[in-house]
Design a protein around this ligand. Structure first.
Ligand code: NAD
Length: 321
């Protein structure tokens, strides 16, 4: 039985990964950790530790305390926040990765999951059906940290045999935990505002097409790549991963099928430039071939689920207050 540590477990993806891994491995075998108690649902769902991913000794002590063999490193500073604090983004995103890779290199843990992002691509990358291997000249600090991180993952695998696995997540959309400062956050906020105010002011322009994925698919992809036999993992930098691509105008049309009075306005800010540097769609055929990746949710299926779950959430919080 695997003993798992999730670092950054209170975040948008880490929280749902924690619940899923607790289901798979059993509550006692999954240790959630974060720098603060920012998500009480996660904190109260089982073992939880306050842990700074930048502190090598603290991570090592936690790994030894719980006899951890697998680490999911979900802590990072995301694209939009990273542009505000470039040095802090570099410090967190790179040092946390080195700490975990070095623990694996030294035999303290056996397996590592570390997420990359479509932010590794840049304005010179082919934008449609972006291939696995292509030009990568990211222009954000976040994208630079992910690209460099990918290189180090591959290096640690080749030089030291570290079993590290990685996915280039597209924008992830979910209803349980709010996103943490990325360029695709609009695609979560829009559902909340559609339900609570029937209107939304979008920080990207109406025809900005980006690759996106519903959380359930992202969690399944993460679990699947980690469960795949090592011989099936041909990419040790990070796999392209895709489900759907849409624009703010297209998500609006999907929402209008449920909330006909919904209106959207557009006021692009600094995040438009980031979005414009990213691909519109991703070729993930290698993930589909190597470890049989398949997505489930398209835009309308995701909209159904988001609206159903958020309506329940808001109506139960109204009853409480
Ligand atoms: P998030 O911002 O929602 O969560 C990150 C978590 O890390 C937060 O709970 C935060 O408190 C924690 N954290 C910050 N500093 C820490 C530290 N020093 N030590 C320990 N914990 C710390 O991020 P997310 O959206 O859940 O993203 C998880 C991973 O997936 C990141 O590597 C991110 O780059 C990647 N990713 C996310 C998306 C997306 O759309 N959400 C897309 C592509 C890649």
């Amino acid at each position: 039985m695997s003993r798992v540590l999730i670092i950054g477990a209170c975040g948008q993806i880490g929280s749902e990964l924690t619940y899923k891994l607790r289901d798979i491995h059993g509550n006692d075998n999954v240790i959630a950790s974060d720098i603060s108690f920012s998500n009480l649902d996660v904190v109260n769902s089982g073992n939880f530790e306050i842990l700074d991913a930048k502190d090598y000794n603290a991570v090592k002590v936690c790994v030894e305390k719980y006899d951890i063999d697998t680490v999911y490193l979900m802590a990072a500073m995301l694209s939009a926040t990273g542009e505000k604090y470039p040095m802090r983004a570099w410090d967190l995103n790179m040092n946390s990765l080195f700490h975990v890779l070095n623990l694996a290199k030294d035999g303290c843990i056996k397996k590592v999951f570390w997420p990359s992002s479509i932010a590794v691509f840049g304005p010179t990358t082919p934008t449609n059906e972006t291939p696995q291997h292509t030009i990568m000249e990211p222009t954000t600090v976040y994208g630079i940290t992910k690209q460099v991180g990918e290189r180090w993952c591959e290096y640690y695998h080749k030089q030291y045999g570290v079993d590290v696995r990685s996915l280039r997540y597209p924008g992830i959309i979910s209803w349980k935990t709010m996103p943490g400062g990325g360029t695709t956050d609009y695609a979560v906020e829009i559902y909340h505002k559609a339900i609570t105010e029937s209107q939304y002011k979008c920080f990207l322009s109406e025809n900005t097409k980006l690759p996106m994925m519903f959380m359930d698919d992202a969690i399944n992809a993460t679990v699947n790549i980690m469960q795949a036999p090592s011989k099936n993992i041909s990419i040790r930098s990070s796999y392209n991963l895709a489900a759907m691509s849409f624009t703010p105008a297209e998500i609006t049309d999907s929402i209008l099928k449920h909330i006909p009075e919904f209106t959207i306005s557009y006021e692009p800010d600094f995040r438009q430039q980031i979005a414009d540097s990213w691909p519109k769609s991703i070729d993930d055929s290698l993930a589909r071939k190597d470890w049989k990746w398949e997505h489930t949710f398209d835009l309308d299926a995701m909209t159904d689920e988001m609206i159903t779950q958020l309506q329940k959430k808001y109506s139960s919080s109204e009853k409480v207050s």
